[in-house]
Design a protein around this ligand. Sequence first.
Ligand SMILES: *[C@@H]1O[C@H](CO)[C@@H](O)[C@H](O)[C@H]1NC(C)=O
Length: 118
Amino acid sequence: MKKPTRQMVPALAILALSVAGLAVAAAAAPPTRRGQEVHLFEATVRVADDGVEDPDEYNYRLLATVLGSVEAAQNVTYETYPGTFSAFLTNNQARRLSKVPGVLEVRQRDDPVPTDGQ
Ligand SMILES: *[C@@H]1O[C@H](CO)[C@@H](O)[C@H](O)[C@H]1NC(C)=O
């Protein structure tokens, strides 16, 4: 068997460093966890001006394309107005909502602070 050569030592050191680097990167950014974080998001939507659909129903229907049902959309909606609504969504759901046709913008709002009724 050959003795380790002088050139092998730096190569092993680089290998050890890159393995350590990968471990640190994996610990610092768990991608699935961030996607599951829930925040309050505000969506700006194109207003249908044909007047045939209730604006709230329209908002729920857009959100339902991501959540699966109008009922689920109503459950997570915080506020709804013609042309805009806010809802508690995961980062992944917010990203998918931003790609729904009719949705102009989705941005994170500050999570509301619970009030004691004052
Ligand atoms: C909506 O909320 C109600 C009341 O908490 C619950 O019974 C129902 O299962 C929820 N529906 C969906 C689709 O999440």
